[in-house]
Design a protein around this ligand. Structure first.
Ligand code: HEM
Length: 375
């Protein structure tokens, strides 16, 4: 597995996504705290300077996460973001608009944090004017996260991102309800707008980032799409344009078994592929039994051994849609490929059947992708 320094690109990719997601949560909490403090609210028994200290430290922690997010993105060899894109918005060859919003949010946040660190030397009006940019940096960061992120289409991550919108909308309504100004009508309208924000975010997401073809629409370079990747950090170890010929895309039927293990903590699907390149496929999913029945899948990996070649593809679960499990697979010396196993019938079961889509996508799904894994 090629590495960057001593780090393998998949680790960089996971770090980039995880740091981005935690950062979004921190910025949400900190903006909500800032709004609540301005509204005269603070936790009972907490002196104001303690709450302000928390606000400042959350902001500085966010800076650390932002640096981790940006550096891991830049070191990840898979997609060309470009160092300029860290500070200059909308210049990256990779999803210029959506990634550019991340850059814009960084620039706004930098202005807010630098002026806060220099607050003692600034006129209060100037400091306050710049600090208001925090209100702009947040929605811009959210659009970036949903429009650029690989995990937007993972149920829990999407709920998390929408919960961030909901928390801020509730905080703004709370603040306006307690405020003396602006005039009641204006405050009423602002509260309605705040209440509509989560709905608007949901509507936009479901008509955009969750839709089929978003990767292409969002400006993912063709070379990245062609190599089966859709997000940053997909196939590592399989440089695009790998030496060996690419596997011809195929759809084939799959039959085998899906055995649950570890008290419902894992589900192992093993079977044969009939048609296409034939061979065998094994999928291991980390699962949690749901109280309402069924299983929640948190992660997974797959190994596919074509019947006609002496190589094995392996890779991770990058998405799920309906009964479809999407993988980003790599094999030494050949281009990476996206594959999707769509199972029919209940699991776990000693006999399962389904379809394997290798380098191609199943017939249109609501929220599918152009043969990619993530969105
Ligand atoms: C305050 C600023 C920023 C915030 C809050 C933020 C947050 C996020 C979040 C939450 C994701 C989604 C991760 C996922 O779906 O797993 C993401 C993805 C991404 N961000 Fe940022 N980001 C910011 C700035 C930037 C900047 C300046 C860059 C440019 C260097 C950048 C590049 C990316 C890329 C390339 C992805 C896609 C990673 C992937 O999911 O495959 N971000 N960001």
């Amino acid at each position: 597995m090629p590495t960057v320094g001593a780090v393998d690109p998949m680790t960089l990719w996971y770090l980039a996504r995880a740091s981005g997601l935690v950062l979004l949560g921190l910025l949400t909490l900190n903006l909500a705290l800032g709004i609540a403090i301005q509204g005269g609210w603070h936790p009972r028994g907490w002196p104001r300077f303690v709450v302000q200290g928390l606000h400042r430290n959350l902001a500085l922690t966010a800076v650390v996460l932002l640096v981790i997010h940006v550096v891991t993105i830049e070191l990840d060899p898979f997609v060309p973001v470009g160092w300029w894109a860290v500070l200059v918005p909308f210049v990256s060859p990779y999803r210029p608009l959506w990634l550019g919003l991340g850059t814009l949010s960084l620039d706004l946040l930098a202005a807010v944090i630098v002026t806060s660190l220099l607050r003692a030397h600034l006129r209060p009006r100037l400091w306050r004017a710049v600090h208001w940019l925090a209100y702009l940096s947040w929605p811009v960061a959210l659009l970036h996260s949903v429009g650029t992120g690989t995990d937007t289409r993972l149920g829990a991550i999407f709920v998390y991102e929408m919960a961030c919108v909901g928390l801020l909308a509730a905080t703004v309504i709370f603040r306006l309800a307690r405020a003396a100004h602006p005039a009641p009508v204006a405050r009423g309208l602002l509260m309605v707008a705040a209440a509509a924000a989560p709905l608007a975010a949901l509507a936009w997401s479901s008509s955009g980032p969750l839709q089929a073809g978003w990767a292409k629409k969002a400006g993912t370079p063709t070379a990245v799409l062609a190599s089966g990747g859709t997000g940053t950090g997909a196939p590592s170890g399989a440089p695009s344009g790998g030496a060996g010929p690419a596997e011809t895309a195929f759809t084939a039927s799959f039959s085998g078994s899906a055995i649950s293990g570890g008290g419902g903590q894992t589900l192992t699907i093993t079977g044969r592929v009939q048609g296409g390149a034939g061979g065998s496929l094994q999928v291991v999913l980390q699962t949690q039994p749901l109280s309402a029945g069924g299983l929640a899948v948190s992660s997974g990996a797959a190994t596919y051994k074509p019947g006609n070649r002496a190589l094995a593809y392996s890779g991770t679960l990058v998405g799920m849609r309906g009964a479809g499990l999407e993988f980003s697979l790599q094999a030494a010396g050949v281009p990476g490929v996206a594959a999707e196993l769509v199972l029919s019938g209940p699991v776990p079961s000693s006999t399962v059947a389904g379809q394997l889509y290798f380098g191609t996508a199943p017939p249109t799904f609501s929220g599918g992708d152009d043969g990619g894994g993530g969105n």
